[in-house]
Design a protein around this ligand. Structure first.
Ligand SMILES: Nc1nc2c(c(=O)[nH]1)N[C@H]1C(S)=C(S)[C@@H](COP(=O)(O)OP(=O)(O)OC[C@H]3O[C@@H](n4cnc5c(=O)[nH]c(N)nc54)[C@H](O)[C@@H]3O)O[C@H]1N2
Ligand SMILES: Nc1nc2c(c(=O)[nH]1)N[C@H]1C(S)=C(S)[C@@H](COP(=O)(O)OP(=O)(O)OC[C@H]3O[C@@H](n4cnc5c(=O)[nH]c(N)nc54)[C@H](O)[C@@H]3O)O[C@H]1N2
Ligand code: SF4
Ligand SMILES: [Mo]
Length: 757
């Protein structure tokens, strides 16, 4: 192997030495160390240039940057850029992968890489194809790419599908769905299917709108934040600043999480060097650790306590909601023993929580994956909405429901119509544009897409970003299913395991694209708090790069398939025209039509409620009764393992470690949880000892699909009966139930047998 070949497998030494003590709070000096290492590195000037570029942060949906400059948020506050942002940029400014490297690496060799090694190969910088019978990705010309793609799209519309991930722009998203729907396909699977779809479904059925109703301004007015199933200290670090400020002004933070996340107990924020960085700031006022998957029971318990404390806002319910009496009856009639047995939190703690909520003039309810990635995710969301409504905490500045979204533009994708649940209003606008009805055949969401592929029903799949293979559960099944698709086209900035394992039957193409800060076009994105940012044009650092803008690629294919129908697609390569189309089609997005002239970033109309009237048919919020989940774990014998000596069945939560962005691993250790590598399972010492297992012992973890061996036990502050492991690696072992109304897999309650042979 020459040097270039060995480069990818070289793993950068970790930031901390092994014997260093565990940090006793989130954030803190390790974050500063990371900033310093990267910004003073040889890549440093490129990093700074990018941080200062007028474009939105790539990483999470909290959102910062844009026209006000890289470090400024929508409230005009400075220093709003976290280390996760640097992590994401550092990965994007790697050198390009060399052609000679790909010639020398067989696909079998590439399949042996870990997620981190795949990311460290560098950037895709020219188009490549892997054809049936070949064992290498090979460079291919753009003419050939367009020729093959056009042929691939020339099939029955239902046999064409797309998958997307929320890092691309609104413009690319709008064009993707327009191209697909013009073709007659509604198969617009999106990563939000695996993520916040239950929030969208749950909020929409109650309020007629599916996004957060809390702006940053409104959040700053609140007296109390309930944070359920979110590890914001890892995944939305700037939200931590709001929690710190809230606590400082005497407000309350209620954390609901089976894992005692260090950063949610105490967080040292570099944004407040004197006040917070050295000694840390208190975050949780109260920390509840429920059984995984039991949040509905916990919220019904809070409602019951509110009723008993006579703290229900009857006037509000009567004036602004429907079906409230059924919801009240449910809470009243469900016994405390059922509630506490289901959620594992004591009546006293629940009552204290209810008291805090009731005594806070303004409360915001926020949540993330711990709530949505459950087989009753929609009920979880509704149980939170019911609690907010019962206390009159909706439709007023400083109150409301706030799903903490994922990718930096995942919400924009939904707004642009990349969804299998298209808004009626957008459908009508699109039908007007097309001069005909959209296909009535419902589209495949992500899980349905994989099933359809497995059943041989898909010929062509276009993936605009993401890692369909790595993001889904039951990795081997996904691999098999993708292998039945004839053509897969991946638009990507960097390689990931999906490009090496998610291979099509006949041809897999990789289209290297510009990222947000180097795009030759102006683009826009939408944050989780409904704020639209404008990204200036940029230049790539890649030498001799042969990249394409997503917008140019999509319009060129659309032009070749659809000609000039219903519009001149090539004209849309000027993204200003796309924005004008968006302004006419997407509700609340009217201001985007002028943004090129005004440069005025804006909050989407109709999303933030300062009055408790909602876009439902009656104008009132529709409340829903939320059945309590039945949470039984299987018996060890149900796993079909006969010859084990010691073991225990646990409810496994699968999610993110500190050094990763979704399926992309940047660093292997998770120092804050004491997990020094990726093959760890976090569990409670009492569970381990009960089963006769010891800390640091290597065990097998078996789900209902397969098992992982040589997993190190780490004891931590996690509730009894629960465990935690990292995705995407763990996705190999389980095939979870899906939330029936949103199709979202129950990633956060996977029954596993942890055992020793
Ligand atoms: N740095 C970084 N930032 C990111 C991402 C990333 O990977 N890295 N990913 C982005 C994306 S796409 C998303 S969706 C978000 C994800 O952000 P989060 O939702 O914060 O991430 P997760 O790690 O999936 O899980 C969150 C928490 O849910 C808790 N949890 C698990 N089960 C339950 C339960 O049953 N009830 C309750 N109450 N809590 C539970 C876990 O202990 C964990 O602390 O972050 C976004 N931002
Ligand atoms: N077990 C388990 N599984 C989960 C989850 C979990 O908590 N537990 N979480 C789920 C969630 S919430 C989500 S959102 C999914 C994430 O699923 P995805 O969104 O499908 O996966 P990512 O890892 O975020 O995708 C990363 C890739 O996107 C590409 N990319 C980055 N920027 C751009 C760009 O500007 N344009 C284009 N075209 N490509 C780009 C790069 O090639 C990069 O490798 O995973 C889900 N899977
Ligand atoms: S909190 Fe999210 S949006 Fe803000 S700088 Fe960090 S990664 Fe970027
Ligand atoms: Mo997500």
């Amino acid at each position: 192997m020459n040097q270039k070949q060995s480069k990818p497998v070289k793993v950068t030494p970790s930031l901390h030495s092994e014997d260093e003590d565990l940090p006793d709070m989130g954030g803190g000096l390790p974050v500063i160390k990371y900033w310093a290492e990267h910004t003073f590195s040889p890549q440093g000037w490129q990093l700074w240039k990018t941080l200062l570029h007028k474009s939105a942060c790539l990483s999470c949906s909290w959102g910062t940057g844009g026209q006000k400059g890289g470090f400024t948020n929508e409230a005009g506050e400075k220093l709003q850029r976290c280390m996760k942002s640097v992590e994401a940029i550092a990965a994007e400014i790697q050198p390009g992968i060399e052609g000679s490297f790909l010639e020398q690496q067989t696909i079998e060799q590439l399949q042996k890489l870990t997620s981190q090694q795949a990311d460290r190969l560098g950037r895709w910088s020219f188009p490549v194809v892997l054809s049936e019978g070949s064992c290498h990705y090979q460079r291919i010309s753009w003419d050939e790419i367009y020729r093959l793609t056009t042929i691939a799209f020339n099939t029955t519309p239902q046999r064409v599908a797309s998958y997307s991930s929320g890092r691309s722009s609104n413009e690319a998203a709008f064009l993707l769905q327009l191209m697909m729907r013009t073709l007659g396909s509604n198969n617009l699977a999106d990563c939000s299917d695996l993520c916040h779809a239950p929030s969208t479904v749950g909020l929409k059925r109650t309020f007629g709108t599916g996004t957060s109703m809390v702006s940053l301004k409104s959040l700053k007015e609140t007296d109390c934040i309930v944070l359920a199933g979110s590890n914001a200290s890892y995944n939305h670090p700037r939200l931590m600043n709001e929690l710190i400020k809230l606590r400082e002004k005497g407000g309350k933070v209620i954390v609901i999480n089976p894992v005692k996340e260090k950063g949610l107990v105490k967080f040292a924020s570099p944004a407040f060097p004197l006040k917070s960085l050295l000694n840390g700031s208190d975050i949780a006022s109260i920390y509840l650790q429920p059984i995984p998957g039991s949040d509905t029971a916990l919220f019904v318990g809070i409602q019951k306590a509110l009723i008993e404390q006579e703290k229900v806002n009857q006037e509000f319910l009567q004036a602004y909601t429907e079906n409230w009496s059924e919801v009240i009856s449910q809470a009243r009639e469900t016994s405390w023993s059922i509630i506490t047995e289901t959620c594992g939190v004591s009546q006293r703690e629940i009552e204290t929580t209810a008291q805090i909520i009731a005594s806070s003039p303004k409360v915001v309810f926020a949540w993330a994956m711990g709530i949505t990635q459950q087989d009753n995710g929609v009920d979880n969301v509704s149980s939170i909405a019911n609690t907010a409504l019962m206390t009159g905490n909706v439709g007023r500045l400083g109150t409301g429901l706030m799903p903490v979204r994922g990718h930096s533009n995942v919400q924009g994708f939904g707004s642009m119509g990349v969804t299998v649940r298209l808004k009626k209003q957008i459908q009508q606008s699109l039908e007007k544009l097309l001069g005909r009805s959209l296909s009535p055949i419902p589209g495949y969401d992500t899980q349905a897409l994989i099933e359809a592929a497995d059943a041989g029903k898909i010929d062509t799949l276009i993936c605009v970003g993401g890692n369909l293979y790595g993001a889904n559960p039951n990795s081997d099944q996904v691999k098999g299913a993708l292998g039945k698709i004839k053509t897969i086209i991946y638009l990507a900035t960097k390689p990931n395991l999906g490009h090496f394992h998610g291979l099509a039957k006949e041809q897999t193409m990789i289209i290297p694209v510009f990222n947000r800060f180097e795009n030759p076009h102006k683009t826009t994105v939408e944050s989780g708090n409904n704020f639209v940012r404008l990204n200036n044009e940029g230049k790539t650092h890649l030498k001799n790069a042969d990249l394409v803008a997503e917008v140019d690629f999509l319009t060129e294919i659309a032009h070749r398939i659809h000609g000039e129908y219903p519009i001149n697609w090539r004209k849309l390569q000027d993204t200003e025209y796309v924005r004008q189309l968006i302004a006419k089609t997407i509700p609340g997005y009217e201001k985007i039509g002028d943004i090129d002239r005004t440069r005025e970033e804006f909050t989407i109309g109709g999303r933030i409620f300062n009055q408790p009237t909602f876009p439902t048919s009656s104008g009132k919020a529709q409340m829903f009764v939320t059945p309590l989940p039945q949470l039984k774990l299987p018996q060890p014998s149900d796993f079909g393992v006969t010859n084990y000596t010691r073991g225990i069945v646990l409810a496994l939560m699968t999610g993110r470690g500190y050094g990763q962005h979704n399926t992309v691993v940047y660093r292997t250790e998770d120092k804050y949880r004491g997990m020094s590598h990726r093959n760890c399972i976090l569990m409670n010492r009492v569970d381990g000892e009960k089963a006769g297992l010891q800390e640091h012992q290597r065990v097998t973890v078996k789900g209902n699909a397969s098992q992982l061996e040589n997993i190190e036990i780490i004891y931590g502050e996690i509730r009894l009966g629960a465990a935690l492991m990292f995705y995407p690696e763990v996705n190999l072992i389980f095939n979870p139930p899906l939330e029936s109304r949103s199709g979202t897999p129950a990633f956060k309650r996977v029954p596993v047998l942890v055992y020793l042979n």
